[in-house]
Design a protein around this ligand. Structure first.
Ligand code: NAP
Length: 551
């Protein structure tokens, strides 16, 4: 059937096209196909499932949310069946988990792999989406659901002379499946965020020499990973529903058990003892689980920041090197997402690792042999980019979504993403964004964030089908109100002051809008549920025509 014929029909081929086969896409497919008997298909660029965990195969890649939390909660059978080997799972294990899920729920048969969405156009007359893939094929569906993820399009800088570099170039977000042998090689790496901090210690173990090109020193806490025994897992599994209830009810989707109200209410001695305990717990405990006011009050924040500075300094033998690696006074702790590290700072004590402060000696260009900075030339056999992502919008814009009147999502979001609840946008009916901008997304345990969004979307579609609704979209007013609500909440915190990807600040020219809802997941979920209870308040619902209703 040609495109023109499709446009004339009132019946799209599918109920839903889902983009991406990561945590979001897999669960969305299961909900629509298996729970509602709908015709749904997933389009996935990779040749396997996994999303983030499919692409980010760099050495050292590991989750910094505990395995018992960073997993689906929707199936008791699944969460009882799967066995984790470590407190914080490494990338290969999470990928195996998602492959296991795909097999268990027989999902692969409805996924088109190695296929990229080239464009998605809304057909107003028929109230459906026409999705064109890179190979020129077209599929139509009533609903278009993005499960493309928050951090899936890289923001890799292009340095002058990049094309002249004769060595190997490695991108952490597209790491070669067959791996890479660093043995004896002169390696350079740009980027010392969460990714860089994971890859650096592992590469340093085999590289002949590793040069780290650091622009900004970052705060980080030790992950404190360890094997997860069957006995420990058994304890959680014996009461998993209760365990998950705690996670769902917490701010980050992971429970911390030591949180105290205010860093300023404790004496310096009490505070120090408390920070020590949180530090030793590892992971996000000191960032999100120590005191409630660390991300709200500069003075409270300073106490945490200074503690972390002291801890980092103690790990580095050379005080001059420590000066470069410890965040400068005045840098606010935790307003960028706090990386968790294993052996990162200690790695700089090795003889085969060097640090170049590229604020002091900026990168001028790449040469045939390596990198030339204002301070000299560094010869490299391989260069790794761990330079971050065009978060939230990068992958959504790549879909080339055009809503009513052919309006592009890029144009609707020119001043920053405009969504209602982070789920939908005005003028883009039946287009849903799982963990989209202005939802709790990345500041809540992702698999749980995803579950709540997928379930809301699936319920919305079920509601539409039983009430013969062809199209749904938020009103302009509801969207505008939500955008300012999210901004007002963010402005009550210290987070918007940082040059972070939460704000789009890492991508030149990107609108500076805080992209995450910071009101807490409970409050967010309550709003989502109330909207539904009030008959999809803030949404325009377009009834089906007779022909659509019959189809
Ligand atoms: P990132 O936090 O944005 O860090 C990018 C790094 O590249 C920064 O050090 C940045 O320096 C540097 N950089 C960027 N452009 C540069 C340029 N032109 N010249 C020199 N340096 C440049 O990215 P990421 O490390 O990939 O982490 C992104 C997010 O992914 C994390 O916050 C986290 O949410 C997620 N993540 C999670 C895990 C995990 O679960 N363990 C692991 C990895 C990533 P500046 O700081 O100066 O900008």
């Amino acid at each position: 059937m040609g495109t023109t014929d499709i446009a004339k029909t009132a019946t799209p081929e599918l109920d839903a096209v889902i983009v991406g086969a990561g945590f979001a896409g897999l669960y969305m497919l299961h909900l629509l196909r298996d729970k509602q008997g709908l015709k749904a298909s997933v389009i996935e660029g990779g040749d396997g499932v996994g999303g983030t965990w499919y692409w980010n195969r760099y050495p050292g890649a590991r989750c910094d949310i505990p395995s018992m939390d960073y997993s689906y909660s929707f199936s008791e059978e699944l969460q009882q069946e799967w066995v984790w080997s470590e407190k914080y799972a490494a990338q290969p294990e999470i990928l195996s988990y998602l492959e296991f899920v795909a097999k268990k729920f027989d999902l692969k048969k409805d996924i088109r792999f190695s296929t990229w969405v080239a464009a998605a156009d809304y057909d107003e007359a028929g109230a459906f989406w026409r999705v064109t893939t890179h190979d020129g094929k077209v599929v139509t569906a009533r609903h278009l659901i993005s499960g493309v993820g928050v951090l899936s399009t890289a923001a890799t800088p292009v340095f002058p002379g990049a094309e002249s570099f004769k060595g190997d170039v490695l991108l952490t977000h597209k790491w070669p499946k067959e791996g890479y042998d660093f043995k004896g090689k002169k390696v350079g790496i740009i980027g010392t965020g969460a990714t860089g901090m994971q890859v650096i210690p592992v590469v340093a173990e085999t590289a002949g020499h590793l040069t780290v090109f650091q622009r900004t020193p970052g705060f980080a806490a030790p992950l404190m990973n360890e094997p997860l025994t069957l006995e420990e897992q058994g304890k959680v599994k014996a009461n998993y529903t209760e365990y998950r209830r705690g996670a769902w009810g917490s701010f980050a989707g992971v429970e911390f058990h030591r949180t105290r109200p205010s860093a300023l209410a404790d004496t310096p001695e009490q505070r120090r003892a408390h920070y020590e305990a949180c530090w030793n717990d590892g992971g996000f405990s000191i960032w999100l689980g120590a005191y409630n006011d660390i991300l709200l009050d500069l003075k409270a924040n300073e106490t945490a920041g200074n503690f972390v500075r002291e801890k980092i300094r103690a790990k580095i033998k050379d005080p001059k090197l420590a000066d470069k690696l410890v965040p400068k006074p005045g840098v606010v702790f935790g307003t960028k997402r706090q990386p968790c590290e294993t052996n990162y700072f200690e790695t700089y004590n090795r003889d085969n690792v060097g640090l170049v402060d590229i604020k002091a000696e900026p990168i001028e260009r790449l040469t045939e042999k390596g990198i030339r900075t204002a301070g000299g030339e560094y010869e490299l056999d391989a260069l790794i980019y761990a330079t971050g992502f065009d978060a939230f919008t990068g992958s959504l814009f790549k879909l080339n979504v055009r809503g009513r009147n052919g309006k592009r999502l890029q144009d609707h979001w020119v001043a920053g993403p405009h969504t209602y609840l982070g789920l939908m946008s005005h003028g883009f009916p039946n287009f849903y964004t799982v963990t989209g901008p202005l939802s709790p997304s990345a500041l809540f345990n992702m698999p749980l964030s995803i579950e709540q969004h997928c379930e809301w979307i699936a319920d919305c579609i079920a509601h539409m089908n039983s009430n013969k609704i062809a199209a749904i979209e938020p009103t302009r007013e509801a969207e505008v109100k939500w955008v300012s609500h999210v901004r007002e909440i963010a402005d009550e915190t210290l987070l918007p002051a940082a040059e972070s990807w939460y704000l789009g600040a890492n991508v030149p020219g990107k609108a500076r809008v805080f992209l995450v809802y910071l009101g807490g997941f409970q409050r967010y979920k309550q709003v989502c549920d109330e909207v539904v209870a009030k008959g999809y308040e803030g949404f325009i619902q377009e009834p089906m025509t007779k022909a659509q209703a019959v189809a």
